[in-house]
Design a protein around this ligand. Structure first.
Ligand code: FAD
Length: 366
């Protein structure tokens, strides 16, 4: 009946569906959630687009991908400039001359370099064995203790000394007064929210919501010549080789009768005394002028199978297990495994779109 059964209406599934439909392929998209869009879904509450699964800021250096998403929605000129609250003081992110002025009262790049290099030298470790040592050897004691340690420990639910160093590969330090979190050429928020992009991608595609693939796998698979699977790869194989691990999040959304709660879309809460890592005030993503506001507190959580899997834990144990599932996946000629859950990797939006476009290019050139 269908050329493709696409499991998951997130960006990967929706881009695949769009590209296949454009080539006159008949697609059915199913999603177990009651809405489309996966983690980029926005719920409009009192005129404010609430990022239901955490703050999503689109950024890319790839002009092709930028043009691709702009077909479906116009983007505003939002620039992500989060601030971090630590010991009652606010600091600009990413680490830049504003942050260093706030930390040490210094005003020149030379002074900053001297302080950071002195602290790195004082620490004196060449081969960091854990995240704490890694951070101290990259940015020194002050930046680590004020802006990294407690936040990271909350995020991962473990002491920084017990976390692997690979979590922090680089800690970019900017010697300019530039609070733009991303370095990419293109950045913004789709005006009207991310649903506009998903709606555009899924126009003319049959979509069934509230359908869990695993509740009726055999019958659903029979509906199409090929399956595009964007759910969890270990679940697809019934956890035969074991379970992949994740970190989860809980979002607490709260409407407030004030017009401006925190003056910025993203405020990080660095200290351990707060259980949450950040507060998002959604209206600021679209420069909203509503009389009220909606905020979301983001709580990192230990993951288990009943919870949403947000961040893969790509340590050696899980990477090895994923490698074994990947081998099983490669033997299934009629199933394409794509997206963050099926490929067990953290993808930004532009990357997942890029991956889906590359896959469709390959699929339809045959
Ligand atoms: C907190 C957070 C913040 C982020 N912020 C940013 C950001 O600022 N910028 C950025 O570029 N990226 C960000 N991302 C990444 C972005 O969310 C992903 O790149 C993108 O959503 C991945 O799309 P996907 O299609 O792979 O997965 P998903 O969006 O997860 O879609 C998968 C879909 O499959 C469905 N599904 C799964 N299993 C089944 C099943 N058995 N049956 C039916 N349906 C099923 C799910 O319900 C889901 O809808 C963020 C991610 C998180 C977690």
């Amino acid at each position: 009946m269908y050329d493709y059964l696409i499991v998951g209406s997130g960006l990967y599934g929706s881009v695949f569906a769009h590209e296949a439909t454009k080539r006159n392929k008949k697609c059915l998209v199913i999603d177990k959630r009651s809405h489309f869009g996966g983690n980029v879904y926005c719920e409009n509450l009192s005129g404010i687009n609430v990022h239901k699964y955490g703050a999503h800021i689109f950024h890319t250096n790839d002009k092709e991908i930028w043009n691709y998403v702009n077909q479906f929605a116009e983007f505003n000129n939002y620039i992500n400039s989060p601030v971090s609250l630590s010991n009652g003081k606010l600091y600009n992110l990413p680490f830049n001359m504003n942050t260093f002025y706030q930390l040490w009262g210094v005003t020149t790049p030379q002074e900053v370099k001297e302080i950071i290099n002195k602290q790195i030298k004082e620490f004196g470790v060449d081969k960091p064995k854990n995240l704490e040592e890694q951070a101290l050897s990259l940015v020194g004691k002050d930046v680590y203790e004020v802006l990294i340690k407690e936040y990271t420990e909350k995020q991962w639910g473990r002491k920084a000394t017990e976390l692997p160093s690979f979590i922090i590969k680089r800690l970019p330090v900017r010697y300019t007064y530039n609070n733009n979190y991303f370095n990419d050429k293109y950045q913004g928020i789709p005006i009207g929210g991310y649903n506009k992009i998903i709606e555009g991608l899924l126009e003319g595609v049959e979509v069934k919501l509230g359908v869990d693939f695993f509740e009726n796998k055999e019958d659903l698979e029979k509906l199409a010549s090929k399956v595009v699977f964007t759910g969890k790869i270990d679940e697809y194989f019934d956890y035969n080789l074991g379970e992949l691990e994740y970190r989860s999040l809980r979002f607490e959304h709260m409407p407030l009768e004030v017009d401006n709660f925190q003056g910025n879309a993203v405020v990080n809460y660095n200290n351990a005394e707060f259980d949450f890592t950040r507060i998002i005030e959604h209206k600021h993503f679209e420069f909203g002028t509503q009389k009220n506001t909606i905020i979301t507190r983001e709580y990192p959580e230990k993951w288990d199978k009943r919870k949403e899997a947000y961040y893969p834990i790509n340590d050696s144990k899980n990477s090895k297990l994923y490698g074994e599932y990947k081998k099983l996946a490669e033997q299934k000629n009629n199933v394409i495994f794509g997206g963050r859950l099926a490929e067990y990797r953290y993808y930004d939006m532009h990357q997942v779109i890029g991956a889906a476009l590359a896959k469709t290019k390959k699929e339809f050139s045959q």
